[in-house]
Each structure stands twice: as C-alpha cells, then as structure tokens.
Design a protein around this ligand. Structure first.
Ligand SMILES: Cc1cc2nc3c(=O)[nH]c(=O)nc-3n(C[C@H](O)[C@H](O)[C@H](O)COP(=O)(O)OP(=O)(O)OC[C@H]3O[C@@H](n4cnc5c(N)ncnc54)[C@H](O)[C@@H]3O)c2cc1C
Length: 266
C-alpha cells in the first residue's frame, strides 16, 4: 500500500483543452470516464487511443487510453474511456480525485490497432481487464453503421464484478442485435467474491485453445485482436501461432511493456 497522494491538481491551466463530463464507477478501482474537447471533436477510428492528463504540482501527468465509445458520438458526447486505478501509479490516483466538470488536457487520437476494412471473417477479440475497451468501440461503431461483423469476445478478469460492459454485450448477444458470442472468464476460483459464478474459470489466455476448438475458429475463417496485459498477450499469441495463425492475422495492443510493474505495488 502507498500513502495518500498529496500532489496538488491545478483546477485551471492554459494547457487544458477538455472537460470531464461524465463518470461512473463500476467498482472502487474501475471506472468509466467521458471527456469532451472544448472545441470540435477530433475524429478517431475504433481501436485508437487518446492521451489524457492533468497538471499536478505544476507538471503535466498524462497517459494513453483506448477509446471505448463509438466515434460517431465524439462530437455530441465526448470520448468514453474505461480505466483501472493503479495503486501507486503516477496518473490514475490523480484521475480518481477529479470531480465532474474538472478541466483536463486531451490529445490524440493515435494508434494502429484498428479494424481492417471489409473483413468478413469472424473477429476473435481477446482481452484482459480494461483491454476490452477498444472492442466495445469497434462493435458500437459497426452496430451503428449497420454492418456488424461476427465476433467472439473473450474478457478475463480476477473477480466477476470486474466484467466491464458485461450487460451491454450480454444484451447484444441476447437480443441478437449484434452477432457476438460473449465468453467472460474469471480467474480467482476460491475468492468469496466469485461465489455463484457459473461461467468459465481461468485466465483468458488459458481458454483461447478450447474456445477455438468449440467454435471452429481457424486461420481460414478468423482474424484475431488481443488487448491488455502484455503477459496475457504473449501467451495467447503463442497459442494462436501454434495453431497455424500467421503473425499478421493476430493484432496486438499492449497496455504496458512486458515485465513492468507499478512502482507503488497493487
Ligand atoms: C495504447 C494504450 C492504451 C491503453 N488503454 C488503457 C485503457 O483503456 N484502460 C486502462 O485502464 N489502461 C489503459 N492503458 C494503460 C494506461 O496508459 C496507464 O499505464 C495506466 O492507467 C496506469 O497509469 P498510472 O500512471 O496510474 O501508472 P504508472 O505509474 O504509469 O504505472 C504503470 C504500471 O501500472 C500497471 N498497469 C498499467 N495499466 C494497467 C491496467 N489497465 N490494469 C492493471 N495494471 C496496469 C503496469 O504494471 C504498468 O507498468 C493503455 C496503455 C496504452 C499504451
């Protein structure tokens, strides 16, 4: 554990160009944050990220986040981000202190983790934790455009209450409004918080092979996108390459470099 963060966040600064317009907390350490530019929205592609920050003790502290919202609502609503609080982290403890209406800096978009045009293969989306954000944006966009692509959406978390966007995706699957097979998995078998969980157990990388077998996902009919924790990505990628997927059919977005842990510990 670390002590309280005593840095002073500037309420106003010339570098601010955006405002926190919505915030909803999924758990104590997972939240949805919507940030809107003061001026016109900057267009982005689903899968890209924005970099957001605040000034603390006179210094700009900023980090990149995949956008989870549909690019089509950036102008009217802003950019929705799904973020985990990292205890001892440089930026997220500051973000968690911000009230609605707080001023922020936002730049972007950046990133190449985007969908290929007119790809009618099944899209296998593999994510750990908040790594589900770009996939939610992709499906929201495709749904709005009326061209949904068949998707198999894997999301791995430690505790069942950490399954962000669960009701949205379950709703799509149940109503058939988006052709998605949702496969959440929970890793901590003995945790009391997971009592009553009747879905899959284990880390998301451990269910890649069985899910491919059960659903008939092969290099001939599937394109893969993986996002989140670097160890998970490397392991899932290894499984897929071992099953004959060519490297350019497995696209990845790492949220931090392999082997790097937060300074203050979790
Ligand atoms: C392209 C890109 C997109 C990203 N999109 C998201 C996103 O949509 N949602 C999100 O929560 N994070 C996302 N991140 C991670 C984010 O940029 C920050 O690294 C994270 O919020 C921690 O920042 P910090 O300053 O609080 O911690 P730092 O002081 O920078 O500590 C970083 C360490 O925190 C840990 N860490 C970082 N991100 C996470 C995470 N999501 N879950 C668990 N541990 C983590 C890692 O050990 C990392 O080395 C993304 C990163 C990249 C490169």
């Amino acid at each position: 554990m670390t002590g309280p963060d005593l840095r002073v966040i500037a309420p106003e600064d010339d570098r601010y160009n955006a405002t926190l317009v919505a915030r909803s907390d999924e758990t104590e350490s997972l939240g949805y944050f919507t940030i809107k530019f003061d001026g016109p929205a900057v267009p982005f592609e689903s899968g890209q990220y924005m970099t957001i920050g605040v000034i603390a003790d006179g210094r700009l502290v900023q980090r990149p986040y995949s956008v989870a919202s549909d690019p089509g609502v950036a102008e009217s609503e802003g950019y929705e981000l799904y973020i985990r609080l990292v205890n001892g982290g440089q930026f997220t403890p500051l973000l968690w202190q911000l009230p609605l209406g707080h001023r922020m800096r936002m730049i972007g978009p950046k990133g190449k983790f985007t969908l290929l045009p007119d790809d009618d293969r099944t899209h296998l989306f593999i994510s750990s934790g908040t790594g589900n954000a770009p996939f939610v944006s992709m499906m929201r966009r495709l749904a709005r455009e009326g061209h949904p692509r068949r998707a198999v959406f894997l999301n791995g978390v430690s505790y069942q209450h950490e399954l962000g966007y669960r009701s949205l995706v379950e709703g799509w699957a149940a109503s058939g409004s988006y052709p998605v097979t949702y496969v959440p998995t929970v890793s901590r078998r003995t945790a009391p918080e997971n009592e009553g969980w009747n879905g899959r157990w284990g880390r998301v990388e451990s269910i890649v092979a069985p899910v491919c077998d059960e659903l008939g996902l092969t290099p001939a009919n599937t394109i893969v996108y993986i996002c989140g924790n670097p160890d998970m990505i490397l392991s899932a990628e290894e499984t897929l390459l071992g099953r004959g997927f060519p490297e350019d059919q497995v696209k990845t977005e790492l949220y931090w470099p392999k082997g790097k842990e937060p300074r203050g510990g979790e």
